[in-house]
Design a binder for this molecule. Structure first.
Ligand SMILES: Cc1cc2nc3c(=O)[nH]c(=O)nc-3n(C[C@H](O)[C@H](O)[C@H](O)COP(=O)(O)OP(=O)(O)OC[C@H]3O[C@@H](n4cnc5c(N)ncnc54)[C@H](O)[C@@H]3O)c2cc1C
Length: 305
């Protein structure tokens, strides 16, 4: 459905990004480097998406040139780097309406009544991507999938760095700094918006398998946990990126399936080039294109946790 013309009260912008999680923030940064100023809307009162809201203290090892960095610290550093590019953030506002105008631009309205008209819209709404897509009458096969990560202290310390290991039942475990470990179980999860972590689940469903594989883990001490949502692309568990077929000006950076933080810098770079010039230049992200929703082309990796 289209709307006829721009309301006088609407903010006009070249690029509007829905979601200020890692995908949205790195997008703002890379667009800024190309001289494109963005407006960003997020339901939360602060930037950083799930990283800042749910696991600000979790150490992050995925970002090049930062051997280890807290999730909140990463967001703070990124906001500092973005500031000179003059993005305009609209926090505490949920996009509630997104549709095409007759002139080809998008009209958006938020829960606070702020209206925008934008030539380019990027959906970077994480596990809420399908809801936002539905507003624009597009289908994004992204489910909110609850996940828990557990941090534990082993009774016996290793004097070498043990490998990241997996069980055939979906358990994973990897070393952290300070002879610690983090672990979880990634299969058989019902989609839904659940954010808590559960000590009992660790004791019943994770710990026994860890102790079976590494007997000294029988005496581990659970230090803490984090709960949140993976934004699972149910087609093939890989990101859906770039233009949405048939809807000019609509871009998606969604479906990271739990790897959004580590992929966001490269995705921001590639997509900013696509938005600016119509093609990928530095890194070809076309294999992860959203067109595969329709062609049923799947990008499958056998061992993704
Ligand atoms: C416990 C845990 C640990 C993790 N650890 C890692 C890790 O170490 N490395 C890694 O790469 N990944 C990790 N992940 C996965 C990572 O958090 C996600 O892949 C990443 O947050 C996705 O980024 P995003 O920007 O796409 O979405 P999000 O971080 O979910 O941000 C989406 C944003 O969109 C906003 N939004 C949604 N709908 C609307 C709307 N209608 N209007 C306005 N705003 C809206 C939301 O408020 C939110 O702020 C972890 C996940 C969990 C749960």
């Amino acid at each position: 459905m289209t709307v006829p013309s721009t309301p006088a009260s609407a903010i006009e912008t070249d690029a509007l990004i829905i979601g200020a999680g890692p995908a949205g923030l790195f997008q703002v940064f890379e667009l800024g480097l190309l001289g494109i100023k963005s407006h960003i809307v997020d339901t939360l009162q602060h930037p950083g998406g799930q990283c800042a809201e749910l696991y600000p203290d979790k150490p992050i090892y995925d970002i090049p040139a930062l051997p280890v960095c807290g999730a909140q610290e990463l967001v703070d550093r990124l906001m500092q780097q973005i500031a000179p590019m003059g993005p305009v953030f609209h926090f505490g506002e949920e996009v509630s309406e997104l549709k095409k105008q007759d002139d080809g631009r998008f009209f958006l309205r938020t829960s606070a009544g702020t209206e925008f008209v934008a030539k380019t819209v990027v959906i970077a709404a994480g596990p809420w991507a399908a809801n936002v897509g539905a507003m624009a009458k597009v289908e994004l096969p992204v489910d909110p999938s609850p996940r828990m990560v557990f941090h534990f202290d082993p009774a016996e310390k290793f004097d070498y760095v043990p490998p990241f290991f997996f069980s055939p039942h979906g358990h994973w475990c990897r070393p952290e700094t300070g002879h610690q470990f983090i672990s979880g179980k990634d299969r058989e999860v019902e989609p839904g918006y659940r954010f808590e972590w559960d000590r009992q689940y660790f004791e019943d469903s994770v710990w026994p398998e860890l102790a079976r594989l590494v007997p000294s883990f029988e005496r581990l001490k659970l230090a803490r946990g984090w709960g949140g949502l993976y934004e699972v692309n149910r087609l093939d568990h890989n990101a859906l990126l770039g233009t949405y077929p048939g809807v000019e000006g609509l871009y998606v950076a969604v479906g990271f399936s739990g790897h959004g933080l580590m992929q966001a810098p490269a995705v921001g770079k590639g997509m900013s080039e696509l938005i600016r010039t119509g093609r990928y230049e530095t890194i070809d992200l076309a294999p992860l294109g959203a067109d595969r929703i329709f062609s049923n082309r799947r990008v499958v990796e056998e061992a993704v946790f």
